[in-house]
Design a protein around this ligand. Structure first.
Ligand SMILES: [Zn+2]
Ligand SMILES: [Zn+2]
Length: 166
């Protein structure tokens, strides 16, 4: 279903003409362990340009994040805004004015939301993460460290959840 598809014959080639549109779209995006899923509300101001239409859009979505260090999960609201041109020639992302003077905001909105999802979310900047030896959440349940290495499956997992910067 294309809920952000708009017919813009009244704007194409008429610089200065503008109107507002709004709609929702279903999104199912995953970045690392985090995701945005469900309806996303978007609104846009459409403005005529000589060869097409300029859309300035805003969209809001709720993202489910997972801390890369301690694996705590939480939700945040994302708000994105961007400008997109629709002309007969496709832009670098392949977005263009449709042959029947339609524009589809779904792709640009989805792109911006994907960019807004943090690549390596942290529940707090100083998150202490999990103890690599016993798996305790060191923010809530400090284990105080271990004198002797203990064989534990968490030791192997730690490297997966907190990869080194590159
Ligand atoms: Zn954390
Ligand atoms: Zn420990």
């Amino acid at each position: 279903m294309k809920e952000l598809l708009f017919q813009v014959s009244d704007l194409v080639g008429r610089p200065g003409e503008r109107r507002s549109v709004s709609g929702t779209m279903d999104v199912d995006l995953r970045v690392g362990e985090s995701w945005v899923r469900g309806p996303v509300a978007a609104e846009a101001t459409l403005e005529g340009i000589p060869d097409g239409v300029r859309a300035r859009f805003r969209a809001t979505a709720s993202a489910h994040l997972v801390c890369t260090r301690c694996l705590i999960e939480w939700d945040v609201d994302l708000e994105v805004s961007e400008e997109q041109l629709y002309e007969p020639e496709p832009d670098d992302d392949g977005y263009r004015l449709g042959a029947d003077d339609t524009i589809d905001l779904a792709g640009p909105v989805r792109d911006e939301i994907a960019l807004a999802i943090p690549l390596r979310p942290l529940c707090q900047p100083e998150c202490l993460g999990l103890c690599p030896t016993c798996g305790s959440d060191l923010n809530r349940d400090p284990c105080g460290g271990h004198d002797e290495p203990v064989s534990s499956p968490f030791a192997a997992l730690q490297g997966l959840f907190d990869p080194p910067d590159h």
